[in-house]
Design a protein around this ligand. Structure first.
Ligand code: UDX
Length: 433
């Protein structure tokens, strides 16, 4: 099938190369000319494991073409994916101007029957607006609207996209379902379940899933605070909770809390949508408040360890909001850096991929080229992101270059025993082991 992808960000590009990989012809476009030039040069604009190889292969085979406009992209396609940003406004409401403009351009450029698919996370009710634009803008062309939320985790987005656990399609016409079934046939033939529902249910489900995942993270971080106070180990509590299949172990790792572009934005947008619908869903902002409190509590622990933070150097290991990405949006490490700067500390950071992005966001942050360089002269080392390469740190070497041997393990990731054996005072989150 021929399909168009409007928006070449994380979601759009992963979607494009995935469909190309399973045999569809994909035209990709974006309003960012620089991004289009990078793509034409064969370069992926962000770091995501496996993406560069898939992009190179799909550009070389011609399965993905990069085009300048939505009009070119939607020429003779059956499906157009809207994968543009939906950032929060000051009120928390999702700003859907990019969605509206994309849909208008799709309507103007469409040359035949076309299903417009919302892939970006949008508030329930958006499909209705999309349908109205399509109906007004292009009389004579038959449009369908579908919601097909992504469940991609950065760092494993390619794997999640190629081997999804389930595919969710919301649509309101049999024709739209028929097109979406053909599109996903390579996946459903391989046994992936395709769940069909109405559009509003699909849209709302996406917000509900992300809010619930964020709730799990904030919940376990709140439990961690209690665990510290009563001498329990939050890691064991999480395992025990997870052993109940009704709870599930996923998203119950205590630490510095959640970051990333999705959870904050979606919680705010979901809260706004609920309020507009007449229901004050107060739990949603509370999840964010707990998350903020989590970072603040780790900052407090660092301050306590330092005693007088003024002028002391703190090394942050890992700056990305999670491992496997160069994305620093809402990264807890950067929030921690800001809190430590406010106390007069000197903060040096190391990250295998996200250093430059972090420096652009927090210019006072000093960057180091290795964990050992970051640790040189530091009083305290804080593990912020659990990159695999940081699991094998040489504690003796670290200790030998630091001015005080303090470790705060913000992800319960380091080898506490090895750290203590090397003379460190080690503290993790939610336990005293
Ligand atoms: C999330 C959703 O999982 C995905 O389905 C959605 O489409 C986009 O948003 P992502 O933000 O890439 O994906 O990462 P995810 O793996 O869900 O982690 C989110 C944050 O929570 C990260 O900062 C991570 O470090 C943190 N986290 C996750 C925890 O603190 N504890 C956990 O147990 C799991």
């Amino acid at each position: 099938m021929r399909i168009a992808v409007v928006g070449a960000g994380h979601v759009g590009l992963v979607t494009a190369v995935t469909f190309a990989h399973v045999g569809h012809d994909v035209a990709v476009t974006d309003t960012d000319a620089e991004k289009l030039s990078m793509l034409r040069a064969g370069e992926c604009p962000f770091f995501e494991p496996g993406m560069q190889d898939l992009l190179t292969a799909s550009l070389a085979s011609g399965a993905v073409t990069v085009v300048d406009s939505v009009g070119e992209a939607v020429d003779a396609v059956e499906v157009a994916f809207v994968c543009v940003g939906t950032p929060p406004r000051a009120s928390g409401e999702a700003n859907l101007i990019a969605v509206e403009r994309s849909v208008q351009a799709i309507a103007q450029g469409a040359t035949g029957p076309l299903v417009v698919v919302e892939k970006s996370t949008v508030p329930a009710g958006t499909a209705e607006r999309v349908g109205a634009i399509l109906a007004n803008a292009a009389p004579g062309v038959t449009f369908g609207v579908a919601s097909n939320p992504e469940f991609l985790r950065e760092g494993s987005a390619v794997e999640d996209s190629l081997h999804p656990e389930r595919i969710l399609v919301g649509a309101d016409t049999p024709e739209a379902f028929e097109v979406m079934r053909r599109l996903y046939a390579p996946f459903t033939d391989a046994g992936v379940p395709l769940i069909e529902t109405d559009v509003a249910t699909a849209e709302l489900s996406k917000h509900a899933v992300n809010a619930f995942l964020a709730l799990k993270v904030s919940f376990i971080n709140a439990v961690a605070r209690v665990a510290e106070a009563v001498g329990a180990d939050v890691r064991d509590v999480a395992d025990l909770m997870g052993s109940d299949p009704r709870v599930g172990r996923g998203m119950l790792s205590a630490g510095l809390g959640f970051g990333g572009s999705c959870f904050h934005k979606d919680l705010l947008a979901f809260h706004h949508l609920s309020a507009q619908a007449g229901y004050d869903f107060r739990l949603l902002p509370e999840i964010i408040r707990l998350n903020d409190e989590t970072v603040a509590s780790v900052a407090k622990r660092v301050e306590d360890a330092l005693w007088n933070p003024e002028g002391k150097k703190v090394a942050l290991l890992g700056l990305a909001f999670k491992p496997g990405t160069d994305d620093i949006r809402f990264a807890p490490a950067l929030e921690l850096a800001r809190l430590l700067f406010a106390k007069g500390a000197v903060v040096v950071g190391y990250d295998p991929q996200a250093g430059d992005a972090a420096k652009a966001e927090v210019p006072e942050l000093e960057l180091a080229a290795s964990p050992y360089e970051a640790a040189a002269g530091a009083s305290c080392l804080v593990l912020c992101t659990e990159w695999e390469e940081l699991s094998e740190l040489d504690m003796v070497r670290l200790g030998s270059v630091m001015s005080e041997r303090l470790i705060v393990d913000g992800r319960n990731f380091l080898d506490a025993e090895a750290a203590r054996a090397a003379g460190f005072t080690y503290s993790g989150v939610g336990h005293s082991k």
